[in-house]
Ligand binder design. Structure first.
Ligand code: KG4
Ligand code: ZN
Length: 352
C-alpha cells in the first residue's frame, strides 16, 4: 500500500511516499529556516505564506522521486495538528483538494503520533515488542508515553513549561547562536566544558513531568548583563538580555546541554524501568542530540532506538507511516475535518 504524506504544521513543508508503513520511497522537505532565522523564531504569518508557495512543487517532487503517479497512491495523509493553525490549514486544504480530485481516501494524522512512527522508518527494521516507552522531544512538545500497541498510548509525563527544543532555542538565542538553537548548541558544546557551570537539574520528584524554565532562567542569569550594568540605552530599549562578552559560549552551551539532557535521560530511563518497557524510543528534533542518546544508552540496559537524523525533525514520511497503521485499524476517510492546533496524543486522540 502506497501512502502520500503531507506535513505543514510548523516551518517545514514536506511530502513523502511510504510503502506499507515502513519503506521510504521519497522524503521531500522544504525548510523555512532561512526565512525565520531573521526573526530568531518561527513567524506564523510568514510560515503559512511560505507553505502556500511551495506545497504543490514539494508534493510533485515527492511523487516523482518515488516514481509513482497520484493514481497509484492508495491513501493521502495530512497532519491535522498540533501546530500553527495557519500552517496546518495550508496542508489540510491542499490535501483535501488532492483527495477530492483523485478520489482517494484522506486521513488527518496527529503530528506527535507521526514522530512516534518515525521509528518505524528506521532501517533495518526490527519488530517491536510492546510496551515501549517513547520520549518525544521537539520544538513544541516534550511527551513521555507508554506505548502498549499501535495507537495505544498512556501519557506518563510532559513539560509543565517550555518544551525541550524550545529551551535549546531560547538558550541559543541568549548565546547569539543562529536559529534553531539546538544543533548550534550541540556544535558549540563540542568545544566546551560541560561542568563549567552547575546549572539546575531535574527535581528529584516521583513524577515524569519535565520543567525547563528554571534551567533557562539560570542560564540567563549567568550569561547576561544585569540591567544595572547595561547602558541606559540598552535598559530603555528593551528587556531582552544582553550577552556578557567575558562569557565562554562553548562552556555555557556544554553545561546547558549537560543539564537538559540529564533531566530527559533520568526520567525516561526511570519510566522505562517502572513500566516494564522492552525498549526506549526517542523521537522529535531534540532526539538528534548525540549527548541525549549517549546518556540514555548509558543509564539503561534496554535497547534504545532513535530515527535517522533526517527523520528526527519534521517530515512527512512519519505522517505517512502513522497513517498506514491508522488505516489498518479502521480510521475512516474524511474530507471535512478541521485543523486541531492543540491536539493531544492518547487513546482518545482520534475520537474527535
Ligand atoms: O521535531 P521538530 O523538527 O519540530 C517540532 O515539531 O517542533 O524539532 C525542532 C526542534 C528545535 O527546537 C531544534 O532546536 C531542536 O529540535 N533540535 C535539536 C537538535 N536538532 C534539532 N536540539 C538539540 N540538539 C540537536 N542536535
Ligand atoms: Zn515535530
Amino acid at each position: 500500500m502506497y501512502i502520500l504524506g503531507i506535513e505543514s504544521s510548523c516551518d517545514e513543508t514536506a511530502a513523502a511516499v511510504v510503502q506499507d508503513g515502513q519503506t521510504l520511497l521519497s522524503n521531500v522537505i522544504a525548510s523555512q529556516v532561512d526565512i525565520h532565522a531573521k526573526h530568531g523564531g518561527v513567524f506564523p504569518e510568514l510560515a503559512s505564506r511560505a507553505h502556500v508557495e511551495v506545497i504543490h512543487p514539494v508534493v510533485e517532487e515527492a511523487l516523482q522521486t518515488a516514481n509513482i503517479t497520484l493514481e497509484d497512491i492508495d491513501v493521502i495523509a495530512v497532519t491535522r495538528g498540533p501546530g500553527l493553525v495557519g500552517s496546518l490549514l495550508v496542508g489540510i486544504n491542499y490535501a483535501k483538494g488532492l483527495a477530492l480530485a483523485a478520489n482517494k481516501p484522506l486521513l488527518g494524522i496527529n503530528h506527535l503520533e507521526g514522530h512516534v512512527y518515525s521509528l518505524w522508518l528506521t532501517q533495518p527494521f526490527r519488530p517491536v515488542v510492546f510496551p515501549v516507552v517513547v520520549l518525544i522531544v521537539s520544538g513544541g512538545h516534550t511527551e513521555l508515553l507508554l506505548m502498549r500497541g499501535h495507537g495505544d498510548y498512556q501519557h506518563l509525563g510532559g513539560t509543565i513549561d517550555d518544551a525541550a527544543g524550545e529551551a535549546f532555542d531560547k538558550v541559543g538565542r541568549l548565546l547569539e547562536l543562529p536559529f534553531p538553537g539546538g544543533p548550534h548548541i550541540e556544535r558549540a558544546a563540542q568545544n566546551g566544558n560541560p561542568y563549567a557551570f552547575n546549572f539546575p537539574r531535574a527535581k528529584r520528584d516521583d513524577s515524569y513531568d519535565f520543567s525547563f524554565s528554571g534551567l533557562k532562567t539560570a542560564v540567563m542569569r549567568e550569561v547576561s548583563v544585569q540591567p544595572a550594568q547595561a547602558s541606559k540605552r540598552q535598559r530603555g530599549e528593551e528587556k531582552r538580555a544582553q550577552l556578557r562578552r567575558d562569557v565562554s559560549v562553548n562552556d555555557v552551551a556544554a553545561s546547558f546541554q549537560e543539564a537538559a539532557t540529564s533531566i530527559l535521560a533520568e526520567k525516561t530511563t526511570r519510566a522505562a524501568q517502572a513500566y516494564g518497557a522492552t525498549e526506549i524510543f526517542l523521537a522529535g528534533g531534540v532526539s538528534a542530540n548525540q549527548l541525549l542518546r549517549a546518556k540514555i544508552r548509558k543509564e539503561t540496559e534496554l535497547p534504545v532506538r532513535y530515527p535517522p537524523l533526517s527523520l528526527c525533525t519534521d517530515n512527512a514520511a512519519m505522517i505517512a507511516s502513522a497513517a498506514y497503521y491508522r488505516y489498518q485499524s479502521g480510521l475512516a476517510s474524511s474530507l471535512t475535518f478541521d485543523a486541531l492546533p492543540s491536539w493531544y496524543l492518547n487513546n482518545d486522540t482520534y475520537n474527535v
